[in-house]
Design a protein around this ligand. Structure first.
Ligand code: IMP
Ligand code: MG
Length: 360
């Protein structure tokens, strides 16, 4: 079985946590990282320890999985080597010899070019300039970097052989649909498409090999960096959202009441970028974008993450029936809007804080 996990909004939907659950539960033979590169930040917990990962697949939490980074993914060798060391996975991680390399000059360009830095609000990780150079055919590849030599592999050969042998393969994409270079809110987007088909290309498998496409949404929509967030919650519109009024009251009860309504909500919900530490903007669940993302991704499954953040009474609940009525209503609204039932619902940061509704 081949499953692709991808983001349905603007990234930060909780893919890291969901991938870590799927890795522990389904014990895939291979977990492969697709997506743009180290602009992504995934938060994963293993043995009570928090990891902010930018290169290593979140599925590292399952110790029997072999880990791969596909040729489509940009590699920052320093970040890669540091994370390999931190996670202790030296003997089971491989990267494709054709991965393109991010160099210092790409990061400098990403942080000094005022269009990229201020208008687009990039993560500054050098991904856009490296992908531009890749398109210009002048970028360095992983096989040109001696320090990466021990990790080099032919990822498509590895993954397709595992598929042919009937093994379980999990592909984790990064970013989210609204950030797609092709389908997102151009020019406020990342430097590549971010849909499931691109994830298959990144790893080197054909569309006929994919069994499941799981599109992840957070229970509300957030966005970091510039670009429109159509469902943004503000002073002016919060009164028309009873749910958000309650969340704001909960924040104030906790003594959080700083700046604008949106800033207070972000502080209360802990919405801060993993890579850049920038505050994320908070929006109501964007159903239109969610539906469109499910269509272009060819979603077979949807996942709703962070339900506990807006409904704290659901923290760590692992059975659907034990969710509060208002939380169930929220889930149903999302399911009927998209037209697909949720397969997984996340109720906390630990991998096992998950309601699994998949058919056994
Ligand atoms: P870049 O990908 O660093 O070029 O940034 C382009 C846009 O995508 C900016 O708005 C970033 O904030 C956003 N972005 C890139 N990666 C992520 C991610 O992993 N999560 C959320 N936003 C991201
Ligand atoms: Mg993130």
């Amino acid at each position: 079985m081949v499953t692709i996990v991808t983001g349905g909004h603007f990234g930060d939907e909780g893919k890291g946590k969901i991938v870590s659950y799927l890795a522990l539960k389904d014990k895939p033979d291979i977990v492969a990282r697709a997506g743009v590169g180290p602009n992504a930040g995934h938060t994963v917990y293993k043995d009570g320890k928090e990891f902010g990962l930018r290169m290593v697949p979140c599925g590292f939490v399952n110790e029997s999985s072999r880990l791969m980074i596909g040729a489509g993914v940009l590699v920052n060798p320093e970040v890669f080597l540091e994370e390999v060391d931190m996670t202790g996975i030296k003997d089971r991680i491989f990267l494709d010899k054709r991965c393109a390399i991010i160099e210092e000059k790409h990061r400098t360009e990403d942080t000094s070019n005022s269009f990229l830095k201020e208008k687009v609000g990039t993560t500054g990780s050098g991904c856009g300039p490296a992908n531009a150079e890749r398109a210009n055919r002048t970028v360095k590849l992983a096989k040109d970097i001696p320090e990466l030599e021990p990790y080099l592999a032919d990822v498509p050969l590895e993954v397709n052989s595992a598929i042919d042998a009937g093994k379980e393969v999990l592909l984790e994409a990064s970013q989210g649909f609204g950030l797609s270079l092709f389908y997102g809110t151009y020019p406020f987007v990342t430097s590549k498409d971010t849909s499931a088909s691109m994830a298959a290309v990144d790893i080197g498998i054909g569309p006929t090999k994919v069994d499941k496409v799981m599109v992840i949404y957070k229970a509300y929509t957030t966005r970091v960096g510039e670009g429109a967030l159509d469902t943004l919650i503000t002073e002016e519109n919060i009164d028309s959202y009873p749910m958000w009024k309650e969340v704001l009251q909960d924040a104030k009860k906790k003594g959080i009441d700083e700046g604008t309504v949106n800033e207070t909500l972000a502080e209360y919900l802990g919405e801060k970028g993993t890579v850049t530490q920038r505050r994320r903007r908070i929006g109501d669940f964007d159903i239109e974008l969610a539906k469109y993302a499910a269509m272009v991704n060819g979603a077979t499954d949807i996942v709703i993450a962070c339900l506990d953040k807006i409904f704290p009474e659901c923290f760590k609940v692992t059975e659907y029936d034990k969710l509060s009525d208002r939380a169930k209503d929220h889930v149903k609204k999302i399911e009927s809007g998209i037209g697909i039932k949720a397969s997984l619902i996340s109720t906390g940061p630990d991998a096992m804080d998950t309601i699994d509704l998949r058919e056994k």
